[in-house]
Write a new protein. Structure first.
Length: 438
């Protein structure tokens, strides 16, 4: 894993830190919303400019004062803990509002730390900001940059100064190649953030006994047997009719975007509820059968399971046995740590299945032989497979050349899928078929 210089974005709440992060970042996107406290967990991305790369970190709004709100206080502590390893502090203020007492308190704290600080006065395109720019000069920082994160004004100059100020004593290596990308999905408060912390063996994500604590998709690399796995924790996905606030709508979009970019999906289910909700089933079907993602069901909260809940859950899963038997499953407890050590080995095993080339010398002969033993018909017409070959991995994709593509519908393709599943260990792995006329 690379060791890059760290640039930390700090400032009081709602000054445009997330907008600036989004302007500088290429891959990770922070939620930008016009009220306080939207960013809770910090986000990271690698940013490169003129051949120099650095790790950019977006913190939640930081305050020097303690808060009575436990989540806001936890966010504050997390942000403060990042200062020690930061090489450059990007101190963001709101040019339209002017200097507030909290800005002065933060400036005083930064001066005491002795870190290299670049002061970015955001929203400086507004006339009122230009008129009160002298107020920000009094904060005592040599490097002051009037910018507009929303409109991209002054960003090039800011990046130029960042890369000029970057230390050279750190060893900068290329990013280690990722083995696979894993996303944690599930309803709110099902244990996704707790699982991320357990896998990382650190308190990376904020955990609280209330739904909606995680608002943005946050990603971290996990080292497993000399390989890097990128694990992304997402906001809880609710049914659309249960999404009322605009922010929650963004949370759902963020989660689904993380799903699209993932290879392996860990769908967490509250086993103590004794049921599979419609939303969980829809997520499972969508991930596996529509987006062709490798899928592992993690039945969490086993420590809360009573006999009644176990029986109810067994009945619920039995109803969808035809589908669930295709998936990899594991019972865990984030509270007691039961089977947590089996999660990453299972991810690796499923990833190997997902990215394999099927060890079949002649796939065409395999399917032709199957159709010889059990012919398939459509409107009394015999179905023929003339040629078959695997053209892709992750997901395993099979190209079939046939007599009439329109005859090869879901039930016929399911027959071919079942043949492969009986022959090979493909648990947790979808199979995609592409049908073409010879």
């Amino acid at each position: 894993m690379s060791i890059l210089p760290r640039v930390l974005i700090v400032g009081r709440t709602n000054v445009g830190k997330s907008t600036l992060f989004n302007r500088l970042s290429t891959d990770v996107k922070s939620l930008a919303f016009d009220y306080e406290g939207v960013t809770r967990d910090f986000l990271k991305d690698t940013v490169c400019w003129q051949g120099r790369c650095f790790e950019l970190i977006d913190t939640g709004g930081i305050s020097v004062r303690r808060s009575q709100d436990p989540i806001i206080e936890e966010t504050r502590k997390r942000a403060l803990s990042l200062f020690e390893d930061a090489d450059i502090i990007l101190f963001v203020c709101d040019g339209k509002v002017g200097v507030l007492p909290e800005d002065r308190a933060l400036a005083k704290m930064l001066h005491k730390m002795g870190k290299r600080v670049l002061l970015a006065v955001n929203k400086s395109d507004a006339q009122v900001a230009q008129e009160q720019m002298h107020e920000f000069e009094r904060l005592g920082f040599t490097d002051l940059f009037p910018i507009s994160a929303q409109h991209g004004i002054g960003i090039a100059d800011l990046l130029e100064s960042i890369v000029t100020a970057l230390p050279y004593e750190k060893k900068e290596q290329e990013e280690a190649k990722l083995t696979c990308k894993v996303v944690l999905l599930g309803k709110p408060n099902v244990g996704k953030s707790s699982l991320l912390n357990l896998l990382l063996k650190e308190e990376r994500a904020i955990v609280a006994d209330m739904p909606g604590t995680t608002r943005e998709a946050i990603s971290e690399r996990v080292r497993f047997f000399k390989e890097d796995i990128l694990v992304t924790d997402t906001a809880g996905v609710r049914r659309k009719r249960a999404v009322h606030e605009p922010l929650e709508n963004l949370m759902v979009k963020s989660s689904l975007k993380a799903l699209e970019e993932a290879n392996v999906v860990l769908l967490l289910i509250d086993a103590s509820s004794g049921q599979l909700s419609d939303q969980e089933l829809k997520l499972a079907f969508y991930a596996f059968e529509e987006r062709y993602k490798a899928l592992i069901l993690l039945f969490n909260k086993q420590d809360l399971m009573q006999e009644y809940e176990s029986e109810m859950l067994a009945m619920a899963t039995d109803e969808y046995k035809y589908f669930i038997k295709k998936l990899a499953t594991l019972n865990i407890s984030c509270k007691t740590g039961a089977n947590i050590g089996k999660v990453l080995p299972l991810v690796q095993k499923v990833w190997e299945r997902y990215s394999q080339n099927l060890p079949i010398e002649d796939l065409t002969l395999f399917f032709k032989d199957a159709l010889h033993k059990k012919p398939l018909y459509r409107n009394e017409q015999l179905l023929h497979v003339y040629k078959a070959k695997q053209i892709k991995t992750a997901p395993i994709t099979i190209l079939l050349y046939v007599n009439v593509p329109g005859w090869f519908e879901a039930s016929q393709l399911a027959y071919f899928e079942n043949l492969l599943r009986r022959e090979y260990d493909l648990q947790g792995v979808p199979i995609k078929f592409i049908v073409r006329k010879r």
